[in-house]
Design a binder for this molecule. Structure first.
Ligand code: 2AM
Ligand code: CA
Ligand code: CA
Ligand code: CA
Length: 261
């Protein structure tokens, strides 16, 4: 990462951990607006984004801010950008399912140099800086060592806002299911990815993800020894929608074989 940016881990961690109070406020979670099919925004999303935007802009005035719940036109990706999902897993929040995350990636103008994902309901803070490894609450994490799909637990994504893709997605999921130990559907891309990073899951795939869904967790998976790439094997692009396969590395190609028929 560009060292000139002078990012202080402790400072970012404190800002992110502060957001826990918004997640625990039932009034904010039940203040809901619909953005489209199966697509919602609550006051938790709004308040967490507002908090992070204000604080990050105050501490790092040279870094631009991209967030799911704002207009992101006019950003210059040749310069640094925070890529923020204030709540990943909003549908879970609506149902009090306790599986949601705050996700922050730092695009340094060339690549992702830092990733932070916070799980407020578990009080787990995942962190990675390029070349420095991945951490969960301060302890080093590694992906699992499972070498086959047969021994693997795989999370799927269902893209509920694009139900016209359902047949294709459930076809892929069925093929994966037939070869693996079992599947899970957690509802937060960021959580599924950091769970791959720390070995709770062996793989995950989903279509149509936005940069704020995966930018924070991307580096955490990579620094934990895992692999993240588009369905066709090409590198992840951070300014557009992506179809991603994420794994411990060993089973990436075996997953791809079932997904891309
Ligand atoms: P969200 O909770 O921040 O909206 C669930 O399938 C995953 O897809 C979650 O990470 C969810 O993020 C994300 N998601 C939800 N709506 C989406 C949309 N319209 N486009 C792309 N991703 C979406
Ligand atoms: Ca959303
Ligand atoms: Ca999201
Ligand atoms: Ca979100």
């Amino acid at each position: 990462m560009d060292k000139e940016l002078h990012i202080d881990r402790k400072e970012i961690e404190e800002l992110v951990l502060y957001t826990r109070r918004f997640f625990n406020d039932q009034r904010l979670a039940s203040d809901v607006r619909s953005k489209g099919p199966a697509d919602y925004v609550t006051q938790v999303d709004i308040q967490v984004q507002k908090w992070l935007k204000e604080k990050l802009e105050e501490k790092y005035p040279r870094i631009q801010f991209m967030g799911e719940e704002k207009d992101n036109s006019g950003l210059d990706f040749n310069r640094p950008v925070w890529i923020v999902d204030p709540v990943d897993g909003t549908t879970n929040l609506l149902h009090d399912y306790k599986q949601s995350a705050v996700s922050i990636g730092l695009w340094d103008g060339k690549r992702i140099g830092l990733g932070a994902v916070y799980l407020p309901f578990l009080n787990e803070f995942f962190w990675a800086v390029e070349g420095e490894g991945a951490f969960l609450n301060g302890s080093r994490i590694r992906v699992s060592n499972n070498k086959t799909l047969e021994a693997s637990l795989i999370a799927i994504g269902t893209s509920p806002y694009y139900k016209e893709n359902a047949e294709r997605i459930f076809d892929m999921s069925r093929r994966i299911f037939m070869k693996c130990q079992d599947i899970r559907r957690g509802g937060s891309a960021a959580i599924d990815m950091v769970y791959v990073a720390c070995g709770r899951l062996d793989g995950y795939f989903e279509m149509n993800l936005n940069p704020w869904d995966y930018s924070g967790a991307y580096l955490i998976v990579k620094e934990a020894g895992g692999m993240v790439a588009e369905f066709d094997g090409s590198p992840v692009q951070f300014h557009k929608k992506s179809h991603l396969i994420v794994s411990n590395g060993h089973i990436w190609h075996e997953m791809q074989k079932e997904i891309c028929i």
